[in-house]
Design a protein around this ligand. Structure first.
Ligand code: BGC
Length: 440
């Protein structure tokens, strides 16, 4: 219940990023748009997310995870109404940026909130609910856009995000702070009360002692200072590396431009729309598969399997575009390549980034570390979104997809050699493994 309510932050993340491509078709009817303004309506949210992730993670180490998620929920609610009612394009762009602050904060905080609240043996599955909510948000956005397409309305699709934002706010209001953050502020009694809602008495005392011991070992340093301590620095590299690779493998070229790519293969409009919804559905279903296996298979093997699938599918996509003139069958091969690609991402990099970020940082730098990594994820997202269409114009689809395949291989090497496995270890054990590895 706790994880599901917090995961609504993911639903809004997915919805607000997914809704704009469809809405854009109709915004152009009401406002004078040019290519620059269109791009800016989309990317202002990404820039807001960079800022939101950067500020909120560090703030949460001081003020608490719950407090900042409540603030993000308020931003989502106000942003939805503001964007839905925007009288001109400048105000629309302002509110997209404002919504981005909420999206960035949610991405930095909801994973930490769930991870710090969850029992070790199901921590991966519960944290993956965040990504499941993201994929559901994207799918709902595709469907809402389709439903409002005949009326040509874009205000309703943007404004409707108010509803989940309100539910998130009310839900979070009744949820407790995480036991780990409470211990970091020496509020052990409250932490005990929170833990005892989901653990047996004996488990509560064990876990509390473990958290206390780790907290004391960390000493007084917190936030950026702790993050830059010699024993934490390697994890900063891992966090930023994972976050940037999750975008540089090209996921959002598919999520944001699926209709453009599919249409380029020569399918008709209706088929394109259906295929886009199909991508959304596969994204959700394969995330559920990840939830079922992540705590058994482990984070690293799943990441490597996913990257293998993505590499193969990108090579196929590149080849399909290279021979696109040949025959109708090529459209179907392209479609199959896209589906394999999205399935491979959804079972691996999609959920695992958000599961692992809070796991690899020690308690007092968790918010800050997750925030800095999430910020890099949004920055990389912005770069890919800006570069994709111009790059295609410059070197063609095939070369772009093959470059992405090469990036998948580099990502796999990075994971194999630098990323630790965190399955089945408590957050405190991961922290002590880290000290041992670095020898401090
Ligand atoms: C990524 C988003 C992406 C989504 C797709 C998330 O984990 O961070 O950039 O759009 O997955 O499902």
């Amino acid at each position: 219940m706790v994880a599901s309510i917090a995961a609504l932050g993911g639903l809004l993340f997915g919805y607000d990023t997914g809704v704009i491509s469809g809405a854009l078709l109709f915004i152009g009817k009401d406002f004078q748009l040019n290519a620059f303004l269109e791009g800016f309506i989309v990317s202002s949210l990404l820039l807001g997310a960079v800022v939101g992730a950067g500020i909120s993670g560090a703030l949460s180490d001081r003020l608490g995870r719950r407090t900042i998620i409540l603030a993000a929920a308020a931003i989502f609610a106000i942003g939805a109404i503001g964007a839905g009612l925007a009288p001109n394009v400048e105000i629309l762009i302002f509110f997209r940026f404002f919504l981005g602050l909420g999206v960035g904060s949610a991405s930095a905080l909801v994973p930490s909130y769930i991870s710090e609240s969850a029992p070790t043996d199901v921590r991966g599955s519960l944290s993956s609910l965040f990504q499941l909510a993201i994929t559901l948000g994207i799918l709902i956005a595709y469907l809402v856009n389709a439903a409002f397409a005949s009326s040509g309305s874009w205000r309703w699709p943007l404004g409707l995000a108010f509803v989940p934002a309100l539910i998130l706010f009310i839900g979070m209001y009744f949820l407790p702070e995480t036991p780990r953050w409470l211990v970091s502020k020496d509020r052990d009694e409250e932490a005990r009360r929170v833990l005892s809602r989901t653990r047996s008495e004996a488990e509560v005392e064990d876990e509390l002692q473990e958290i206390r011991r780790a907290e004391e070992e960390e000493g007084e340093q917190a936030g950026y200072r702790e993050l830059l301590a010699p024993w934490v620095r390697p994890m900063l590299v891992v966090g930023i590396g994972l976050a940037v690779f999750q975008q540089f493998v090209g996921i959002n070229t598919v999520i944001y431009y699926a209709p453009t790519i599919i249409k380029a293969t020569g399918l008709a409009n209706v088929a394109t729309l259906l295929a886009t919804v199909g991508i959304g559905v596969v994204n959700v279903l394969m995330t559920i598969v990840a939830i079922l296996v992540i705590d058994r298979v482990g984070r690293k093997p799943l990441l490597l399997i996913g990257l293998a699938g993505m590499t193969v599918s990108l090579v196929i996509l590149g080849a399909a575009f290279a021979f696109s003139g040949l025959s109708g069958i090529i459209s179907w091969i392209t479609l199959a390549g896209l589906m394999l690609y999205i399935a491979s991402f959804a079972v691996s990099f999609g959920p695992i980034l958000w599961v692992m970020l809070p796991e690899i940082f020690p308690l007092k730098a968790r918010g800050t570390g997750t925030g800095v990594s999430a910020l890099s994820n949004w920055g990389a997202n912005f770069v890919v979104a800006q570069a994709f269409l111009p790059l295609i114009a410059l070197i063609g689809e095939s070369a772009v997809f093959w470059i992405l395949a090469g990036i998948c291989i580099v990502a796999a090497l990075f994971i194999q050699f630098l990323v630790p496995e965190t399955k089945g270890r408590s957050l405190e054990q991961i922290e002590s493994d880290l000290r041992t590895r670095v020898g401090s």
